[in-house]
Write a protein that binds this ligand. Structure first.
Ligand code: DDH
Length: 286
């Protein structure tokens, strides 16, 4: 049909920047969603694509984009992420040379930067794999559980305590949806801007159990509009985690620096990059 074979075209930085720009302009255009942005759900897609990694077996991770297929698309943790995958379909159609697995991670990078987060260096090199590479259910964290579970899940990916806490700062973004996870509400008052507010609110506000028929979650005493998951609250309840919560609550620059480093690590888990493939920082639309 005249389309170039993927191997005939060697995309460069400018080509990926064009994909970035397309995602950024779609984010700006489609502000009639949730709190005004698809950004948070794009970040969640990139994280759930990556967070299946198991360092012992080398399985899972963002290489493969296997969440396109059942059973992985139907894992409870991935409820609602079809919205994010569908948002990116027109981008894939416009730039067919990019793999889904590189595209989903690029979208996470774009969303973080466009929501005023730190620069997130990116490199391509992921290839799409078939349904046989789907990971088993249960690799992503369960929000109802606490520190022992968090350590089991994130140590399996190769992260330490400081990195677990830095990653959790992503909950400054977005919200829970009762028709997806069962939980309800945002963590912060500015869910479309990345800040260290998740840590500030965790330490500064008083939290109580929400009285409702849904799963056990916390609400802030003062406004009853914000939420915390049991797994979020475990970060202040655990002494070692809490040391990092306090540091990030006090210092947004430190949070941005550590968040950028750990997100790059998360997004690259298990990816067999070509030797010499450098990382790039994309220009934001602002
Ligand atoms: Fe999360 N997350 N997450 N999360 N997450 C949810 C939403 C979002 C857990 C549970 C939930 C990370 C870690 C954890 C984002 C990013 C990241 C929801 C609500 C639940 C539940 C889903 C829904 O109802 O739509 C748990 C548990 C953990 C953990 O134990 C550590 C990490 C590491 C990240 C990351 O990006 C690095 C984002 C963004 C959202 C908001 C999505 C949206 O649609 O808005």
């Amino acid at each position: 049909n005249g389309a170039a074979a993927p191997s005939a075209f060697a995309p460069k930085f400018e080509d990926y920047q064009a994909v970035y720009n397309e995602i950024a302009s779609r984010l700006e255009e489609k502000e009639d969603y949730d709190d005004g942005s698809y950004g948070p759900v794009l970040v969640r897609l990139a994280w759930h694509a990556s967070g299946t990694y198991d360092k012992e077996t080398g399985t899972g991770g963002s290489n493969g984009a296997t969440m396109r297929f059942a059973p992985e698309s139907e894992h409870g943790a991935n409820a609602g992420l079809k919205v994010a995958r569908d948002f990116l379909e027109p981008v894939k159609a416009k730039f067919p040379w990019i793999t889904y697995s590189d595209l989903w991670i690029l979208a996470g990078v774009c969303a973080i930067q466009e929501m005023l987060g730190p620069a997130i260096p990116y490199r391509p090199g992921r290839s799409d794999r078939d349904v046989s590479a789907c990971t088993p259910d249960g690799r992503l964290p369960d929000a109802a559980q606490a520190q022992d579970h968090l350590r089991n899940i994130f140590y399996r990916m190769g992260f330490n305590d400081q990195e677990i806490v830095a990653l959790a700062g992503a909950h400054a973004l977005g919200r829970c949806h009762s028709n997806r996870s069962g939980y309800e509400g945002p963590w912060t008052f500015s869910p479309t801007v990345l800040t260290n507010d998740f840590f500030k609110l965790l330490t500064e506000e008083k939290w109580q159990w929400k009285k409702w028929n849904g799963p056990k979650q916390y609400e802030d005493k003062k406004t009853k509009t914000l939420m915390m998951l049991p797994a979020d609250m475990a970060l202040v309840q655990d002494k070692k985690f809490n040391e990092w919560v306090k540091k990030y609550a006090a210092d947004n620059d430190l949070f941005f620096k550590d968040f950028s480093a750990v997100i790059v690590k998360l997004f690259e888990l298990g990816v067999p990059f070509k030797e010499g493939q450098e990382r790039w920082v994309f220009k934001t639309s602002a």
